[in-house]
Design a binder for this molecule. Structure first.
Ligand code: DX5
Ligand code: ZN
Length: 218
């Protein structure tokens, strides 16, 4: 089976020991570090902002994957790029001019991702799928870590895999929310490329082992 890209979400880390947590990820088999930015408007929660991102960047030795759960993300894209973003994903539901957001992110030299909420149809990605580098399929309603995986995500992964393949597009499929050992294998089997995992990694007694298990699913 294909080896997924594993992107632990720092939202579930111990923020009082951020340096230690980042160094743990540096020493692990994690591929990316996933940063959840929430504005209290697009989602009903506020996570962390620029000073914390700066602190993460200082220690992180892995590509930073920014998931912007914010309104008008164009206001901050450049700042996130300057904070070391490799990937910047914006929410389709937050962007009435999505093409413009994608172009902006690409012009900054970052990979452009589009995230969609659990209730948003995969078919809405059809007009832009060839222009993006990643689709972040939300498998929980965005805003909080530690929620239960929504089972209907499996069908959306299949639909998205079909869309990408039928259009000869290159976008990676990232799954975000409630990822654990009970669903990871099937997700990758049906076409997921990137697994985000927050509480499953950081609440574990041995996060290294959990990350390794997510990478080796057979
Ligand atoms: C939810 C965030 C997720 C979250 C994942 O709004 O986008 O990235 O941190 O956390 P778990 O893996 O605990 O669901
Ligand atoms: Zn996320």
């Amino acid at each position: 089976m294909k080896t997924p890209i594993v992107a632990p979400s720092i939202l579930a880390a111990d923020f009082a020991n951020l340096q230690r947590e980042i160094e743990m990820l540096n020493a692990s088999q994690a591929d990316w570090i996933h940063l959840d930015i929430m504005d209290g408007l697009f989602v009903p929660n506020i996570s962390f902002g620029m000073p914390v991102c700066k602190a993460i960047r200082k220690y992180a030795k892995k590509p930073l994957d920014f998931h912007l759960m914010i309104e008008k993300p164009e206001r901050y894209a450049k700042e996130f790029k300057d904070l070391g973003a490799s990937v910047i994903s914006v929410h389709l539901e937050a962007c009435p001019h999505l093409h413009r957001n994608i172009q902006q992110i690409k012009s900054l030299g970052c990979k452009a991702g589009v995230a969609i909420n659990p209730h948003t149809a995969v078919s809405l990605l059809e007009p832009i799928i060839q222009e993006i580098d990643l689709v972040c399929l939300m498998s929980v309603n965005p805003g909080f870590g530690g929620q239960m995986f929504i089972e209907s995500t499996f069908e959306k992964v299949k639909a998205l895999r079909n869309l990408i393949d039928s259009k000869n597009a290159h976008a990676l499929i990232e799954i975000d929310g409630g990822v654990n050992s009970a669903n990871a294998r099937e997700l990758v089997q049906i076409g997921a490329d990137v697994l985000v995992a927050g509480s499953f990694v950081f609440n574990a007694i041995n996060p290294h082992q959990i990350i390794e298990d997510l990478k080796r699913l057979d």
